[in-house]
Design a protein around this ligand. Structure first.
Ligand code: C2E
Ligand code: CA
Ligand code: CA
Ligand code: CA
Length: 279
């Protein structure tokens, strides 16, 4: 048993070293990813519950890694945050999303908003407001077209400071969505003061909706809260027709999820929502 433990320990150590080396290699690659144009945005529709019309699009970043293929953000955004690379990546994302949106607007999709995710570090960066303003101007895009998504946890952290940043964005005309809503600890008093226009119900509540009556009750109370505070309520992670019907019954304004549309590259996205244009 001792011998086994010992070899197990060596193996563990070796794999830890390997792991650290992999992370280091990934970081070196990530530093080059922008200049090598390996980052890409995928777009997922947000659909109005009643009409099923697309009313917005969420931009989700991907990394086309030369050896490892298409990587989702959970594999590199945490690393980018740890090393500060998130600022460069984040401004690339905002710029690319605005560039794409202005093309879609020119093609006639003037009713859509483009949603962009902000990490906590980006949200708290002193140059955020200026970066957003300059990017909108560079693409001659109205601030009303842009929706910034921050998680409830980010919004709640250092609440007074967050409110001040959100107020500036909102005064500019940019819309705010509170992402992963229900997983943080917002007080009602705070929510009342929040200059947001949307609450996005976390996928965790949608997942077991049909079988877990607690989740349904929580969603119903978020919808009621949204009505009271004049915030639109969107549900994410909708995968089945049952979930869709349930969320419609509960009064969610809009829906997002694989059932309504998977994240796709820009051209494919446009073809998927207006098939006649792709013929
Ligand atoms: P999020 O903002 O909560 O985004 C929703 C995630 O759920 C996306 O994963 C999306 O692809 C996935 N999803 C959408 N519909 C469904 C569904 O029906 N079922 C399931 N199982 N999943 C669904 P993704 O693209 O891997 O992004 C993960 C997270 O990475 C995002 O969570 C967001 O927090 C972060 N992220 C994505 N893009 C960016 C970005 O450009 N900047 C920053 N800072 N973070 C980003
Ligand atoms: Ca989001
Ligand atoms: Ca979310
Ligand atoms: Ca999330």
């Amino acid at each position: 048993a001792k011998a086994l433990g010992r070899s197990g320990y060596c193996f563990f150590e070796a794999s830890m070293a390997e792991d650290a080396q992999n992370q280091l290699k990934l970081l070196q690659d990530l530093r080059l990813a922008l200049s090598r144009e390996e980052l890409a945005l995928y777009y997922q529709p947000k659909v109005e519950t009643a009409s099923r019309a697309v009313i917005g699009v969420e931009a989700l970043v991907r990394w086309n890694h030369p050896e490892r293929g298409l990587l989702t953000p959970d594999l590199f955004i945490p690393l980018a945050e740890k090393t500060g690379l998130i600022f460069q990546i984040g401004s690339w994302v905002l710029n690319e999303a605005c560039r794409q949106m202005s093309l879609w607007r020119a093609a006639g999709h003037t009713g859509w908003t483009i949603s962009v995710n902000l990490s906590a570090m980006q949200f708290n960066h002193p140059a955020l407001i200026q970066m957003v303003r300059e990017t909108l101007e560079a693409h001659a895009l109205s601030p009303y077209c842009l929706m910034l998504e921050i998680t409830e946890t980010t919004a709640m952290h250092n609440a007074d400071n967050s409110l001040a940043i959100l107020q500036q964005l909102s005064d500019m005309g940019v819309r705010i969505s509170i992402d992963d809503f229900g997983t943080g600890y917002s007080s009602l008093l705070y929510l009342k003061r929040l200059p947001a226009s949307e609450l996005k119900i976390d996928r965790g509540f949608v997942q077991d909706l049909a079988t877990n009556s607690d989740d349904a009750a929580i969603i119903a109370s978020i919808v009621a809260l949204g009505r009271t505070l004049n915030l639109k309520v969107v549900a994410e992670g909708v995968e089945t027709p049952e979930q869709q019907d349930y969320l419609a019954q509960l009064g969610c304004n809009s829906l997002q999820g694989y059932l309504l549309g998977r994240p796709l590259p820009g051209e494919e996205f446009l073809a998927s929502v207006s098939p006649s244009l792709s013929a």
